[in-house]
Ligand binder design. Structure first.
Ligand SMILES: *Cc1c(COP(=O)(O)O)cnc(C)c1O
Length: 430
């Protein structure tokens, strides 16, 4: 362990296999598949309302879901470099294109706002029960009621966009507390949607602290707690049920003989944690889940490897926490997510910022897909995994037992990035 911490402190890229994998805590787990199914049912109840509020969700009947794309040209390009060989088929889960919020936060963030809305509406008699027609919450009388309530959140950017856009569309007074890492275009977009944006000099943790304090002092305010929220976590977990259907449609088997590996960029840990929880509930050991973090901000890895979870931050290890992957700039991990997924998470790796833009451009050139820099942390996962396997095979002289047949890179954001910023990332400004 001392070795891994030293390598993190030196900003080296690491591929850490979780020694805690498979060590299940005794007793019933706090959340189960039943909770995921409950969340999925709630999203279905709200589908007619989403369809009414966001015309872009019309085609999918008010269900916000992203495509699963096979990226064979990108696989060939990756295999050409670094002497690695990514086996089997390579897919990208395009949460970068999720409707309404343009990032993975459209899962957890929107789900939590809807859950809170259901609680309020049932208590106030706006809904008579879960069988009621939820589309009526789009009516002006409902908006008037929600206008008397606030929703607040602290964010590096994308969570704020998801919570802010959804809350404002329902009529809530929405306040997003942003860290200094947050991109200007995200603040501009939110203000255009009628969301109040408060900015803080400090980091993400500071924005969360201030937002929470303001919200807690106000009985009509609801605070979305990125570090502890079970609702956010469950909204993310629903992704697994949707992915299962997509893999079946594409005739991709995932089982003990056909293992899959999934690579997800990690910030505070809620989004990748929730998705990981869902995936493991659906596939168990047949799916291996890895989180990717920037070398300057490996908060989940630091929390797990030291066993301190949210009791340690990257600055404690002498790292800056600053990264071009703005969505991953959370210096302290979620204690809840870290502890909860520890027994089911296969590992965590770190990626140097220098790789993000080259990957972003390579994906655009080979597949015509645009994703934001934070999302690109997923791409380096299978490369490091393969190098890791090759190194250990050389050491032990024996081959891996069951090679991964399906690799999924989780693209976590991108579609709302404005054209001018996109061109900057792609290096096509002229
Ligand atoms: C939020 C975010 C993540 C990671 O989610 P956490 O819940 O912070 O771990 C990854 N990529 C993008 C683009 C994000 O916005």
């Amino acid at each position: 362990m001392a070795d891994i911490i030293t390598r993190l402190k030196n900003r080296g890229e690491v591929f850490w296999e979780n020694p805690g994998y498979g060590r299940m805590p005794a007793g019933r787990r706090e959340l189960t598949m039943e909770d995921i199914l409950d969340a999925e049912a709630r999203l279905r109840r709200f589908a007619p309302l989403l369809q009414a509020l966001f015309p872009e969700t019309e085609a999918s009947g008010g269900i916000i879901e992203s495509p699963l794309r096979e990226i064979e040209a990108m696989r060939r390009a990756l295999n050409g470099a670094d002497g690695v060989q990514i086996d089997g088929r390579l897919f990208m889960k395009m949460d970068s294109d999720l409707a309404v919020a343009g990032s993975v936060k459209a899962r957890g963030g929107i789900y939590e706002v809807l859950k809170h809305t259901e609680d309020l509406a049932l208590a106030a008699g706006l809904l008579t029960g879960c069988g009621d027609d939820y589309a009526k919450l789009a009516a002006p009388e409902a908006a008037e009621f929600f206008a008397g309530h606030k929703v607040q959140v602290g964010s590096t950017g994308n969570l704020g966009m998801s919570i802010g856009i959804m809350s404002a569309a329902l009529g809530y007074e929405a306040i997003v507390h942003m860290s200094s890492d947050a991109k200007q275009w995200k603040k501009d977009l939110l203000r255009k949607k009628g969301v109040t944006v408060r900015e803080y000099e400090g980091d993400y943790g500071e924005a969360v602290r201030q937002g929470r304090a303001l919200s807690d002092a106000d009985p009509r305010s609801y605070f979305v707690d990125d570090e502890n929220s079970r609702d956010l976590f469950l909204g993310y977990a629903v992704a697994a049920l949707r992915l299962k259907k997509q893999l079946e449609e594409q005739h991709v088997a995932v089982n003990a003989e056909h293992p899959a590996a999934v690579y997800i960029p990690c910030g505070v840990g809620g989004a990748p944690g929730g998705i990981c929880f869902g995936l493991k509930e659906v596939w168990g050991d047949a799916v291996r889940v890895y989180f990717g973090e920037p070398v300057e901000c490996p908060s989940m890895l630091l929390g797990l490897a030291t066993g301190k979870y949210n009791g340690i931050c990257v600055q404690d290890a002498g790292l800056s926490g600053k990264t071009a992957a703005d969505g991953l700039a959370c210096g302290r991990t979620s204690g809840f997510a870290g502890k909860f997924i520890e027994p089911v998470l296969s590992g965590v790796y770190t990626v140097s910022d220098d790789r993000l833009l080259p990957y972003l451009r390579q994906l655009y050139q080979t597949e015509g897909l645009f994703i934001e820099p934070s999302s690109c942390a997923a791409i380096h996962g299978p490369v490091l995994a393969k190098q890791n396997i090759q190194a250990s095979e050389k050491e032990t002289g024996s081959a891996e037992t069951a090679a991964v047949q399906t690799t999924i890179l989780w693209a976590t954001g991108g579609s709302l990035v404005p054209e001018a910023v996109r061109r900057e990332f792609l290096g096509t400004e002229a």
